[in-house]
Structure formats: C-alpha cells, structure tokens
Design a protein around this ligand. Structure first.
Ligand code: NAD
Length: 348
C-alpha cells in the first residue's frame, strides 16, 4: 500500500513536475488536492485519478485531518505561505513535505519544527538535489576524499526572470530575490557535498536600477562561504542573466564538474583526474530519474518505517540562518561569522 499524499497548491511546479512525478514513484501516490481554483483542480483530479471528495479549498484545508487516506501533505505554495500551512498541516496530524525555501525567517523555521515535534509528525524540506544520483555520487567522492582534500568550490545558479509581476518579485511573498529561490541551490549543495557547516560568509547584492522585477528584491547575489576545513565556496545567483546552473569542485588531485547541476533533467557530470600523470576524464551516464519521484518516495519510506527524513526541518533552518547572515554581510559590507550548525546525518 503506497503512502497517500495531499498536494497543496496547483502552480507550475505541481502541474509540470510533482503530479507527473508520482508516475515514477514506488511508495507514494497522490490521493488529495488543495487549491483555490476549482476548475484547475477538477481537471488535475480527473487526470490523476483523485476522487472529487478528496479535493479541498484552502478554507477546507484543515479538514484533511479527517481523511485517513492522506498521510503526507506536500506544500507547494509561495514561500511566505509555507509557515502557516505547515503549522495547520501538523495540527491536522499529517506528516509534512515542504518546498524550499522552508520559510522567510529563522523564527518561522523554528516554529515549524516545533509544531511538527509537538504533533509528533515528520517534517521534510524538498531539497531534491540531495536525492539525485549524480549529485549524490559527487557528494560521496568529496566526502571520501577520492581526489584528496577539497580546496575550492564554484557554484552558479542564474536565470533571466520574465517580467510577469509574479509573487517571486514581491518581498512579502518570496522573502527575497535570487538568494532564497535559486542561490539556495548553491548554498545547500555546497553544504551537502562537504557535510560541513560554514563558519563565515561574505556577500554582495545588486539590482539593476529601474528594472520593475527588482524593485523589492535583489537581482544578483554573490556570496563566499568559508569552512573550518579551509574550503572556500564561491557562489553566484542571478535573476537577470541567461540560464547557467553549474558547479566545479577543485580538490588536490581531481576536479568534479556538474554542468548543468540543478535543472530537473539533462544533468551532466565529469570527473577529471590524472592517476599516473595521464589525464582521465570520466563522464557517468545520467540515470535520468525524476527527482521529485525520488524525493517523494524517500518521504514515503520514512513515514512507513518511522525514520527521520534525510533533509528534515533542521536542514531548512540552517540554510535560513546562513541566508540571513548573507544579507547581513551584504548590508554591512563585511564578513559575518556563523555559529556551529546542525551537523548532517549520513544515514541515507
Ligand atoms: P507558482 O506561482 O507556479 O504556483 C504557486 C501556487 O500557489 C499557485 O497555484 C497559486 O495559485 C497558489 N497561491 C495561493 N496563494 C497565492 C498567493 N497569495 N500568491 C500567489 N500564488 C498563490 O509557483 P511554483 O513555481 O509552483 O512554486 C511554489 C513553491 O515551490 C515555492 O516555494 C517555490 O520555491 C517552490 N519551487 C521549488 C522547486 C524545486 O525545484 N524544488 C521548483 C519550483 C518551485
């Protein structure tokens, strides 16, 4: 019996990736929808075999409590709404999978973790890259020091946003601009690869004057993460330049390249090293697994076997703490020290 999911929010991500992704799941299935658009919901429900009685408005969201078919609620709403919907979902006694970024402040993240603990439900943040096989292989080689000590990392996540007046360009809904939306991939993936927490950040932000997209939020962010082991990771994220979503890890005897690293598909990986003085280039084939299917199956198995998700609420909280330090550094024009982070489990 697969674990039943209710999906909250029928925006682009839900319709284009999450609902189709269930087709590749082994342990998760969609059983309920929550939306403010009855027509859109009826169409999606029909397409994915969801009963009309399992379609809820936002006002009826709390009634999920009385639906035993729903075990997990997947929150796919604008960032500012994650906090409220996690709290209400936990009160309904359901396990929660919440999209990234977890919320818009450290305080909200802490309240979300506390609410799930109190309700005795699991909380997972949807960091799909941590479940994706090529990125996992990179992580294993970095942590095993296959090419010696990692020295430097470069990460980039850029895209040219449409002038569509969407919620991502409004501070109250998005929490920020390029940083929490796409810069988060650079931050979270650096931490994932290293299994280490940064102790200092230094950052700049910039927005093109007069550009209607960036009146409230930053267009570009550049931040440097410094780690206790000595690794320096340089990250760039931008909302005004052409797609560029990649990273390079520079270690003593080899280089790991992922380009692209962060899209939903078509990822490419390259390992370059010179074992006997001769350069060897390894390009693993891409298993092409649907990343959302992998992530949703992981949560389903955690529910079934009563285990902590690999990317729990604490993981989102730690990123939020570091993002707040990044903004502080950019505002004040100086490095900001970070206190010790959560420390990651290697269980998965
Ligand atoms: P979207 O704009 O396409 O969809 C948002 C949905 O929320 C829509 O159905 C909209 O109707 C609904 N909504 C409810 N109240 C709203 C309000 N006040 N303002 C605007 N919309 C409202 O957004 P999306 O791209 O689906 O993103 C949703 C969440 O998923 C965000 O948190 C985003 O960061 C995250 N996301 C994650 C990934 C990933 O790769 N993991 C990719 C895209 C988006």
């Amino acid at each position: 019996q697969r674990v039943g999911y209710a999906i909250v929010g029928l925006g682009h991500l839900t319709l284009a990736e999450i609902l189709p992704g269930f087709g590749q799941c082994k342990h998760a299935k969609p059983v309920a929808l929550v939306s403010g658009s009855p027509d859109k919901m009826a169409k999606a429900a029909k397409q994915y075999g969801i009963k009309p009685s399992n379609c809820y408005s936002y006002q009826d969201y709390d009634k999920l409590k009385d639906n035993p078919e729903v075990q997990v609620i997947y929150i796919v709403l604008p960032n500012s709404m994650h906090h409220e919907y996690v709290l209400r979902g936990a009160r309904a006694g359901k396990h929660i999978l919440c999209e990234k970024p977890m919320a818009n402040s450290v305080k909200e993240c802490e309240e979300m973790i506390a609410a799930c603990q109190k309700a005795n439900v699991k909380l997972m943040i949807a960091y799909r890259i941590q479940y994706e096989p090529l990125n996992r292989e990179a992580m294993k080689r970095v942590r095993a020091k296959q090419y010696g000590q990692t020295k430097l990392i470069q990460m980039m996540d850029c895209q040219n946003q449409a002038h569509d007046n969407q919620w991502r360009h409004k501070k109250a809904l998005a929490g920020g601009g390029a940083l929490p939306d796409i810069g988060l991939y650079c931050l979270n993936t650096t931490r994932f690869l290293l299994g280490e927490e940064p102790d200092e950040v230094f950052a700049y932000t910039y927005s093109t004057p007069g550009d209607d997209r960036f009146k409230e939020i930053e267009e570009n962010v550049s931040f440097t993460l410094r780690f206790p082991s000595g690794v320096i990771s340089q990250c760039l994220a931008g909302y005004g330049s052409f797609n560029s979503k990649n990273y390079m890890v520079h270690a003593e005897t080899g280089t790991i390249k992922m380009d692209p690293a962060f899209p939903y598909k078509g990822l490419k990986q390259e390992f370059v090293h010179a074992p006997e003085g001769k350069q060897v280039i390894e390009q693993p084939s891409n298993p092409g697994k649907q990343q959302f299917a992998l992530e949703m199956d992981h949560m389903a198995l955690c529910v079934r076997h009563n285990q902590q998700p690999y990317t729990p609420g604490e993981e989102g909280l730690q990123d939020q703490r570091i993002m707040e330090a990044i903004y502080k550094s950019a505002r004040e024009g100086k490095p900001v020290k970070l206190t010790a982070g959560v420390g990651k489990t290697d269980a998965f």
